[in-house]
Design a binder for this molecule. Sequence first.
Ligand code: NAD
Length: 331
Amino acid sequence: MKVAVFSSKPYDEEHLRKASEDIGLELAFFEPQLTAQTVALTAGYDIVCCFVNDVIDNTVAAALKENGIKLVAMRCAGFNNVDLEACARHDLPVARVPEYSPNAVAEHAAALILDLNRNIHRAFSRIRENDYSLSGLMGFDLNGKTVSIVGGGRIGQTMIRIMKGFGCRVLCYDPMPSDALLETGVELVPLEQVWAESEIISLHCPLLRSTYHIINSNSLSQMKRGVMLINTSRGGLIDTPAIITALKNGKVGYLGLDVYEEEAGLFFEDYSDQVLQDDIFARLTTFKNVVITGHQAFFTHEALQAIAEVTLNNILHFEKGELDQMCLVKT
Ligand code: NAD
């Protein structure tokens, strides 16, 4: 089978090539995102392998089908960028990598918490400027603080364990708690309690219609003054203009982001010689109490290796008609 890999970076190629040694798949690596403009590149291939910011909408799904593509193999967990109904209409199954390293993402969320709390980013800049003063760098002990996890899936459960390790009181909101979540012993609470009682809130739910802009002016108004918000999940969970207002008036005391609603076309690329065109994102970067990373929470050796292995397994099972062995996204 011939596989067209989109949004490909050297590290994707390295891990996919290594994992595909001796299994007879023909992989072609394309740097551009899969969009209506680039979908023509898929002609002559059997499978497309896509990432978080590729656009698989109705137009793209129709063109994929016309070009003879038989499977959309996502090499990520999220699939909010895929129009599943359109794919079903065009008889295109969608596979994904449901779990690769919950540790990678949860540890990154914890890193954002520690960085923001202890002002590591500001201390780093000061030391380089020969400035060893401590004013403005004071943090708070995590021990005893209330931390809420919104979405107690694989990553959320790992985050629960990490924050318990710091001695925090950990709450969780999840409308469909699994047995594995209950086994963590976390206190399950309604969202209103999350907003009202937390010093720190970390988002680990998927982006769905029900979670779109879950952080908005209404939920922000119910939070403690100075709350720390962490989003390593999907940008669309946060209404960015609302959070900018909350940062300006002090309602939000700290913000750690690994994802941003308009990140497609911005993240994963080097635009250091260009003028930033997104005024909302530009405003976010001006706050001293905001730390942003460019969707790198998944980016560990262990995670990339696991992503490559599961993606190729999905493809191999598809080739053999073993659909029940694949991690297929259900519509
Ligand atoms: P998961 O499917 O294991 O868990 C998601 C949990 O969210 C489930 O327990 C589900 O019941 C819960 N949920 C569903 N609707 C909810 C709602 N309305 N409110 C609260 N919780 C709700 O997923 P996971 O592997 O833990 O990943 C979570 C998210 O992390 C993914 O959807 C993805 O968007 C994001 N992610 C980000 C990166 C990154 O690099 N930044 C990497 C991987 C995953």
